[in-house]
Ligand binder design. Sequence first.
Ligand SMILES: *[C@@H]1O[C@H](CO)[C@@H](O)[C@H](O)[C@H]1NC(C)=O
Length: 245
Amino acid sequence: MRSSNKVLAALLGTAFARPSPADSGDPIRILPYSWQYEITALEGPGCPDFNSMEAYSTRPTFGSNTVDGSEIYYWHFAYPHIHLTVDGDNTPEASIWCETTLKYVELTKTGAPPEVPGYRLRLHKNGTSMIADYGLDEGVEATWTFTYDTDGKGKITDTITVSGPRAPGTYTDISPSASPAGKTVQYPLPECGVGTIKYRTELTVKATKKGAKGTVASEGVERDGRAQFYGIQQGVSYDWERCAA
Ligand SMILES: *[C@@H]1O[C@H](CO)[C@@H](O)[C@H](O)[C@H]1NC(C)=O
């Protein structure tokens, strides 16, 4: 399960996390026994499938985290309906968006929320990451914009820009957003143990040259004889602080 300094847990269907306990000698880690994310609302053309029974619907996918003391946690959310193609001659610009509302909950060993929550989630530990596949000619630029709500305390925005030429076929392409290390603004959730997280994901692709083409999508998958998208995957970062007992 451990590759370099990351623990990757690929879990299907539900986002339920339980990293292995730190080895003795490892840095001290601050995290609840377990936690869970559930999508409670979706809005926008990039996610028309709330409560869909499709295997490749808009959904939580997997968590990852560092174990080197930096305490960077990510949970990934897949968006199969977010994909765009532009063509400098006919459709030089296109965009698509989705607004996601998540319910976060801390869990104990029994799988239930604790009577007294032990931890407060702090959103946006290390910006936003994106796993997607880019096929961009020279003169085509793709821009991701991620905007997180912070309960009336302003918004947190991350962007990722990918410029052509870039060859398709590398769905392992992970881009971090460009907030400089150490300057990341975090949003501690108002309550310990539970919370609502809301963010907007937007993709814009522009071709500035005649004849230039570009596609941003995810890996293709086949299910029940139909070609589908696995979904581009947004990595939402966070960590925790202890709550006063
Ligand atoms: C944290 O973000 C930076 C970019 O700001 C990125 O280079 C780094 O890989 C990220 N860390 C992890 C663990 O993903």
